[in-house]
Design a protein around this ligand. Structure first.
Ligand code: ASP
Length: 272
């Protein structure tokens, strides 16, 4: 565009205008979305009855328990077996990244924190961390895959659809694929769930049932996703011989020191 001069500039301006229109469309959709979700939930509850509340709580509970089992069981076992490092120390060091992921619900937004944790707190060298962490934040979504698997089985039960053995295998494969395709931003796991539903022949409006509780689950699964990124980074660093154990086992390594802001009066004295 730069090279062709004036006509190129017009194309660039056109793209900017299209962008402005898209942003406006998204704003309108975001304003209407709560009413849409309400209508979808009203329809589902009207058809299925209020008795669905208990199964919904059970769905929530199952996802939380499996997320906890995965983060404190599977991942820690992998860490111990493949990297031979202490899972307790790992969890201690990952806490900041987990809290950040929990509060932002976004693996992508957490990348800087995960990167810093991997390098300064876990002792992974920069070339390994700066490749694995962003890569993991984009495609490694264990928590999201768990939610999508449980959600699909839950909705199939609600609608009385028997998936059968082949259906379950499809769910596993599709949940893994959908989680890889899920962007590391809030709520996308739920959107990708539609793809899984389509594949196994479930009604997409079933998603409305779990939309109400998804924000909380999103916070938790994002924390698990980020824990997975940290664990894999450590394992890869270990296999590459680029893990500094002295840093890994130093509880204070990489802790952000207290920031001393200049005292107010000293500040005003210096400006006056
Ligand atoms: N919020 C998740 C993440 O950023 C993705 C999702 O499951 O919606 O990791």
């Amino acid at each position: 565009m730069l090279m062709v001069g004036e006509p190129g500039r017009k194309v660039a301006e056109g793209a900017e205008r299209l962008n402005a229109i898209m942003m406006q469309v998204v704003t309108v959709v975001m304003h209407i979305a709560p009413y849409g979700v309400f209508a979808l939930m009203a329809k589902t509850f009207a058809l299925q009855g209020l008795g669905l509340i208990m199964p919904m709580i059970a769905y929530f509970g199952v996802v939380v328990v499996v997320l906890l089992l995965h983060a404190s069981g599977t991942l820690m076992l992998l860490l111990k077996l493949l990297a031979g490092v202490s899972p307790v120390m790992f969890l201690r060091k990952m806490r900041t990244a987990q809290i950040f992921a929990f509060s932002t619900s976004s693996s992508n937004a957490t990348i800087p924190v995960t990167l810093r944790t991997a390098e300064r707190r876990l002792g992974v060298d920069n070339p390994t961390a700066s490749f694995i962490v962003p890569f993991g934040a984009t495609i490694n979504m264990d928590g999201t895959a768990i939610m999508q698997g449980v959600a699909t089985i839950f909705i199939a039960n609600v609608y009385g659809i028997d998936l059968g053995m082949s259906g379950y295998l499809t769910v596993i494969g599709m949940a893994v694929l959908a989680s890889i395709g899920t962007a590391g931003v809030p709520g996308v796991g739920l959107i990708m769930l539609a793809m899984v539903f389509n594949q196994v022949g479930l009604p997409v409006e079933g998603i409305a049932l779990i939309m109400g509780v998804d924000r909380l689950l999103d916070m938790m699964r994002t924390a698990v996703n980020v824990t997975g990124d940290g664990a894999i980074t450590t394992i890869v660093a270990r296999s590459e011989g680029s893990l500094d154990e002295a840093i890994f086992y130093d509880p204070d390594a990489g802790i952000v020191e207290e920031i001393h802001l200049p005292h107010r009066s000293a500040d005003s004295a210096s400006t006056s």
